[in-house]
Design a protein around this ligand. Structure first.
Ligand code: MN
Length: 712
């Protein structure tokens, strides 16, 4: 029973003009028959008819042997026990890849979408196919399914028809396979708008029967070419049903308002003859200005070449196309013409050269309509840097090829990314670092209690969009954490670069960085580092330069600030006595800020003590006088600090350098060994005020091995 079908198929192969290995085709057809045995199509026919018909369609486009064998097996992996590996072993890895490609394309779910989404879907199909032959098989598969669509349910008819119109016909168009495109469109229309379709079919029949003018025009053309001795084939053509339908719909026209319903096609041998014929036609009929298109000089992106002109005769408009045999072949077969050449039916063909010529042309001629699209179509790996994946609902997301599922989550919506806790690819839970393949269905698992993205994600994601969104989140949600993180990171890096902010004026050091990034406070800077908006490696060089300049300023003697005149006796105002000699007591050494009392000495003016000074005890109240501190910035006062520490070789060096860094003048210094191995250091220094003294004490307390610092 299959024998007849297979023989008929092989008969078609022999008549195709392509030299196929009949034994190999028979083997593949018999294998398909065996595997699909018992399966029936909706029409009740054996399933085998389907792959055989798909193969026949592809043979009519001159596709190569691998492609035909793959088409015979295109449903076995999906519908039977046969695996891709079986096909690779029995036939070849190449054929297995083709079958696998078609199987994968078949798994894409299609639901009607907005134009942009449909465009993404078409690109996804091309990206997944990797090999244009996979698309060819898919198109042939779809064409046969459309031809036999009547056996399906109403829902399925409509769905398949819309998908064909939106996805597959445009693909065929891009590949330049006009016949296939037109048949796909016409069969689809039949199911989408059966009434509109029937009307046009009827109108066309009536139009054809009543139009003897059409026959007359054809005769005029034939005779004029014969007179000039030009050998030509003349074809007359009626517009495809769908293109009439589209025109009526788009331009809101009635059937009889469409003037280019008819077109004549004149096919000649040589390119020069094309232009001769054009001249003849313009003599014969009236050319309509602005309707001449020279696609020979400027081919369409899909390699299409022809001369088009619209002329009128007795008030009736029609189009004439003129082209050579070679141009005609390419126009009819589109990209498939390439395989006709490769399968060796025609010996050496300049087509390859022409293809590269077209490519070059496209590169320089960027204003060619659709050129970009064509290039993407032809070089099918042009999508190598992109990956097309879909949501469970079928929305297609285009991402950088190395993207992880986190990128995907953020591409859907910022909130989806922020609440992400996991992901599934094709239903299986995967790691967040997982990459995706073309056609994968990716589902993001979210939770309202997820706690937000992790900082590591910044290193995992590939797209700038996702990075920006993650940073945004950290910026908003985690200011405190960012400040801490940023400060810790910056401190660590500064330590590595030997920058010690304690040695310089921190504000002065950071001011240029803050203003460069438009930040107000140092916390803002830490926060920005924390969420990744400011990178430490970018600010560190500047910090280093500024820091060493500031340190140099402090240590270079010639640059030292001129110290103010020291008035160790000044700064105190005796309330009731003018112009008296004032001295600060040596016993308690008061500094500004201390509560003070004046002691009137015999013949030596007023000595100023701390109010709490034990020496004042028992003094006659009459010899005490009220005094207060004068407010003056540049005054210095002696003060004493006692410092207890564990002794070590460089303890004194550390103390001196700390004092030097704070610009503290040391007046006296003594050191004494204490009983438990400690040392006591007494420092006599100059300070501005009590609070200044406190700052110095604090700084000294931070030194290593220092146990205690107190005023003496
Ligand atoms: Mn199929």
């Amino acid at each position: 029973m299959y024998e007849t079908l297979i023989n008929e198929f092989l008969q078609t192969a022999e008549e195709s003009g392509v030299r196929y290995n009949t034994d190999k085709l028979r083997d593949a057809a018999e294998f398909a028959a065996e595997m699909h045995h018992g399966q029936l199509r909706k029409s009740g026919e054996p399933y085998l008819i389907h792959p055989l018909e798909v193969g026949k369609i592809l043979m009519s486009y001159g596709m190569d042997e691998a492609c035909i064998i793959a088409s015979l097996l295109h449903d076995v992996v999906e519908d039977t026990e046969v695996t891709k590996e079986d096909v690779a072993q029995r036939y070849s890895p190449e054929i297995a890849e083709l079958v696998d490609g078609v199987t994968k394309l078949g798994r894409i779910n299609y639901t009607s979408k907005e134009e942009q989404q449909v465009e993404n879907l078409r690109k996804m199909l091309l990206a997944m196919a990797k090999d244009i032959r996979v698309i060819m098989i898919k198109l042939a598969d779809r064409l046969h399914n459309m031809r036999t669509l009547e056996y399906q349910t109403e829902d399925k008819k409509r769905m398949k028809a819309i998908e064909t119109l939106e996805v597959y016909a445009p693909l065929a168009h891009r590949l330049g396979i006009q016949n296939l495109k037109s048949e796909l469109e016409d069969t689809a229309l039949k199911y989408i708008d059966p009434i509109g379709y029937e009307e046009i079919v009827n109108d066309l029949e009536v139009f054809h029967e009543n139009n003897e003018r059409f026959t007359r025009i054809k005769k005029m053309i034939t005779e004029s070419l014969e007179r000039e001795g030009i050998k030509a084939t003349i074809e007359s053509r009626i517009k495809h049903i769908y293109s009439i339908y589209r025109k009526m719909f788009k331009q809101n026209k009635e059937f009889d308002e469409i003037y280019d319903l008819y077109a004549f096609r004149i096919i000649v041998d040589k390119t020069t003859e094309c232009y001769n014929v054009l001249g003849l036609m313009h003599d014969l009929f009236t050319a309509i200005p602005g309707r001449l298109k020279d696609y020979i000089a400027t081919p369409k992106p899909n390699m299409y070449q022809s001369l088009h002109t619209t002329v009128s005769f007795e008030g009736y408009l029609f189009e004439i196309q003129v082209r050579t045999q070679e141009m005609h072949r390419i126009a009819e077969l589109g990209i498939a013409a390439h395989w006709k050449y490769k399968t060796g039916r025609i010996g050496k063909d300049p087509l390859d050269e022409k293809l590269s010529w077209v490519r070059k042309l496209l590169e320089v001629q960027s204003d060619v309509n659709d050129a970009d699209d064509f290039m993407k179509t032809f070089k099918i790996d042009l999508f190598a840097d992109q990956v097309f994946v879909s949501t469970p609902k079928g929305d297609i997301i285009t991402l950088h090829a190395d993207s992880t599922v986190i990128d995907f989550a953020y591409a859907i919506h910022t909130q989806v990314g922020n609440k992400m806790i996991g992901a599934k690819i094709n239903g299986r839970i995967v790691e967040l670092t997982s990459r995706m393949q073309n056609g994968d269905v990716v589902e993001i698992l979210t939770s309202d209690t997820s706690g937000g993205p992790s900082r590591d994600w910044l290193n995992l994601v590939k797209t700038n969009e996702a990075k920006a969104k993650i940073r945004q989140w950290f910026k908003k949600e985690k200011r405190e954490e960012n400040i801490q993180q940023g400060r810790a990171d910056l401190d660590r890096e500064m330590r590595r670069s030997l920058i010690n902010v304690a040695n310089v004026d921190e504000k002065e050091l950071f001011a240029p960085i803050l203003s460069r990034y438009g930040l107000e406070t140092q916390d803002d800077l830490y926060a920005a580092i924390g969420y990744g908006a400011v990178s430490i490696s970018k600010i560190l060089p500047k910090l280093k330069v500024d820091y060493s300049r500031m340190i140099r300023k402090q240590t270079e003697p010639e640059q030292q600030v001129v110290r103010p005149v020291r008035k160790t006796t000044g700064g105190v105002v005796v309330d009731d006595i003018d112009n008296c000699l004032v001295r600060l007591a040596g016993c308690c050494v008061p500094v500004p800020g201390d509560e003070i009392v004046g002691f009137i000495t015999r013949g030596n003016g007023v000595t100023v003590h701390q109010a709490s000074c034990p020496h004042l005890k028992g003094i006659e109240p009459g010899r005490l006088v009220k005094v207060h501190w004068e407010e003056a910035e540049n005054e210095y006062f002696n003060a004493a600090l006692t410092l207890d520490a564990l002794n070590r070789i460089d303890l004194m060096a550390d103390i001196s350098s700390a004092l030097a860094q704070m610009h503290i003048m040391t007046r006296g210094l003594s050191m004494q060994q204490m009983p438990h191995g400690d040392v006591r250091v007494v420092l006599n220094i100059e300070v501005h005020s009590l609070s200044h003294l406190e700052i110095v004490a604090k700084r000294l307390r931070k030194l290593k091995d220092v146990l205690k610092v107190e005023r003496s």
